[in-house]
Write a protein of this length. Structure first.
Length: 91
């Protein structure tokens, strides 16, 4: 993983935690030049709190935004469709 875990988003059912490894474009350029040049990624941690309270990185789920056409891109915030994430609540 280039950089480190940054913005995180928990699904409403509490079973999936998505995170990116890009913070802000200017910070990435300064502190993570490789990330800035090659793009960021999106990862998934699966959480099993019903049987064994385990968190595990899903090795099959990785979105490499550096390989997309017209990229590389830096992904920052995650918002899931149909309101399936905590950032969809605004007061």
């Amino acid at each position: 993983m280039r950089g480190g875990p940054s913005f995180m988003q928990l699904s409403l059912d509490g079973r999936r935690l998505y995170f990116t490894n890009s913070t802000y474009r200017t910070w990435d350029r300064q502190y993570y030049p490789e990330l800035f040049k090659k793009g960021s990624e999106i990862y998934l941690i699966r959480m099993d709190y019903e049987t064994n309270d385990k968190m595990e990185l899903d090795a099959k789920f990785k979105v490499d935004l550096g390989t997309l056409s017209d990229g590389p891109f830096l992904g920052r915030e995650i918002r899931l469709p149909n309101g399936d994430c905590t950032s969809d609540f605004f007061s």
